[in-house]
Write a protein that binds this ligand. Structure first.
Ligand SMILES: Cc1cc2nc3c(=O)[nH]c(=O)nc-3n(C[C@H](O)[C@H](O)[C@H](O)COP(=O)(O)OP(=O)(O)OC[C@H]3O[C@@H](n4cnc5c(N)ncnc54)[C@H](O)[C@@H]3O)c2cc1C
Length: 517
């Protein structure tokens, strides 16, 4: 996969996708698999926005059971199966343990036995097309002793036992996003990172493409396309408003700040759901018996998710307050765990859409449905679409709906979507770190030559999984910089500033990813 800007500038595409997070990447893959010619651009690296910061859980929608929302539960189960099928190296079964207790009938073993049986029934075909050794087993109740063996810190609560069900986990979300991009590229799509969309090109027929800037070379150019899809995550509203030259209408908050913590040690073998003891708050999903998840990684633990709808605090303040509250909530539910700020090695955060009047329910609740807009309906600009998804898990299904609309709009016939069955180009295994913590020279070169890594952070944080290491030593980063620098022709000064940039991104609270709209 090569970054070929002249090709982007020279031809007319059927569709230009703006945003190379998981949503834009799945759209590009689906559209190219259906025979459309596709251009895909991202102002930063692929998968470096919200998609890099998920808790890495592919949810099967167990929580929808309590409201008997079976259509949404079925959708999540279908999408979990699809990801397990199409990306076997990057998505794998994940056991999740939660305690049962005598505190309330809703947390009793009987209540969980019913819920798990219903879950197994609704997900009866969850293993279709998946190799036997990767099947999701049936859910089960476990004894008090077994629960404590898996997670000793439940000892202090009135513990009756535990319930275990199976979801899936994203081993490396950034690599999965990249796999969608690489697969689209193999199918003929032309992707480019570090290309920012600045404005729309419009004519009598509607949208005709976009004016863009190559962030690396600094040159402005145009990309021509018959349709354009903005899939820019939290930036979508802003991109649409600014490209149309509109101000941004705003009534109340439209996005929630969402935070996970990376802890520098593994707390368990299985993922663990911990029920918050705090009363329900104003922020979406805060307190009120919601579940926080402890998700073990190879050498660290992800803990999340904390939300805020504060419009006045900056990212740094939100991270500090969120970390404090998350640790408090987990410590209150897990006696003796006693996590402190010293356990935190990194913050992962992003912005998620709120219902904000676009969906039934409180405007301050997290959006549950994707927001897909055909801006050509009414008297708007024809052939312009935008989409804001709500979960990594369901991005493929959302892409299918978007591409159905785009294909209809272009009169491109009704080629069926094949992304739920077609295996992706994957390359997780080769890019794992060596056991001594070093990175392999050949794979660094491959990241640059075949996976469009342009900056040191692309290699260390997104082609490798450096973002969840307990520590990212300067020595390791400098070794990679040495190889990358000679391949990419960096000066000594450039090499140094690339190293500083990676260490800043990996080891401190970031302050740059502000969305608009
Ligand atoms: C803390 C947290 C935990 C989460 N946990 C989970 C989980 O466990 N499971 C799950 O299923 N989901 C989870 N999610 C939700 C999931 O991560 C998001 O729904 C999903 O990643 C959104 O993807 P996206 O492609 O829409 O947005 P993004 O990944 O943000 O992609 C948008 C892209 O658009 C690009 N862009 C913006 N403006 C422009 C422009 N002008 N020109 C070109 N490119 C542009 C950006 O650079 C960015 O790469 C979590 C989210 C957060 C924040």
């Amino acid at each position: 996969m090569r970054r070929d800007l002249p090709q982007l500038a020279d031809r007319q595409f059927d569709v230009l996708v703006v945003g190379g997070g998981v949503q834009g990447a799945t759209i590009a893959w689906d559209a190219s698999l259906r025979g459309l010619s596709v251009a895909l651009v991202d102002q930063s690296d692929f998968g470096s926005g919200t998609s890099a910061n998920s808790l890495r859980i592919v949810h099967g929608g167990l929580r929808y059971l309590s409201r008997a929302d079976f259509p949404r539960m079925r959708e999540s189960i279908r999408e979990r199966s699809a990801l397990l099928r199409i990306a076997p190296d990057l998505v794998e079964p994940l056991p999740v343990l939660i305690p049962t207790s005598g505190n309330s009938p809703l947390q009793s073993r009987f209540a969980f036995a019913l819920a798990l049986a219903a879950n197994d029934l609704v997900s009866w075909n969850r293993n279709r097309g998946i190799e036997a050794h990767r099947h999701l087993p049936r859910s089960r109740l476990v004894s008090r002793a077994e629960c404590l063996r898996q997670f000793p810190w439940f000892a202090g609560v009135r513990l009756a036992g535990g319930a275990i069900w199976y979801d899936a986990r994203l081993r490396q979300p950034h690599r999965l996003t990249l796999s969608f991009v690489c697969s689209a590229s193999r199918q003929g799509a032309v992707p480019a990172n570090y290309v920012r969309v600045d404005g729309l090109l419009t004519g009598k027929a509607g949208v005709e493409g976009a004016a863009v800037t190559d962030i690396i070379g600094g040159k402005a150019f145009e990309i021509r396309a018959r349709a354009l899809v903005v899939a820019a995550g939290p930036w979508t509203t802003g991109v649409i408003a600014s490209t149309l030259g509109q101000g941004q209408p705003k009534v109340g908050p439209t996005k929630a700040f969402a935070l996970n913590l990376v802890l520098g040690r593994r707390l368990s073998e299985v993922a663990v759901g911990v029920q918050s003891q705090r009363p329900a708050g104003r922020a979406p999903g805060s307190g009120g018996n919601r579940f926080l998840f402890i998700h073990p990684q190879a050498r660290s633990t992800l803990l999340g998710t904390w939300y805020s709808v504060s419009e006045t605090e900056g990212v740094s303040g939100l991270c500090t307050r969120g970390a404090h509250e998350l640790l408090d909530e987990v410590n209150a539910a897990c006696h003796g765990l006693s996590l402190t700020a010293a356990d935190i090695v990194r913050y992962q955060w992003g912005w998620l859409p709120l219902k904000a009047g676009r969906e039934a329910g409180s405007p301050l609740e997290l959006a549950e449905r994707p927001f897909i807009v055909d801006h050509g309906s009414g008297n708007g600009i024809r052939h312009l679409f935008s989409v804001e998804g709500v979960k990594y898990t369901t991005a493929r299904a959302v892409a299918e709906r978007v591409v159905d609309q785009v294909a209809r709009d272009l009169g491109a016939g009704a080629a069926a979507c094949r992304t739920a069955e077609t295996r992706l180009v994957e390359s997780k295994a080769a890019l794992d770190l060596h056991s001594d913590g070093t990175m392999n020279r050949a794979t660094i070169l491959r990241a640059i030559r075949e996976e469009m890594a342009l900056k040191l952070s692309d290699i260390v944080l997104r082609r490798y999984d450096g973002g969840v290491l307990p520590a990212l030593p300067r020595r390791l980063v400098a070794e990679v910089a040495e190889v990358a620098g000679s391949e990419l022709g960096w000066t000594a000064q450039q090499q140094l500033s690339e190293i500083e940039e990676v260490l800043r991104q990996a080891n401190s609270v970031p302050t740059v990813m502000e969305p608009t709209g």
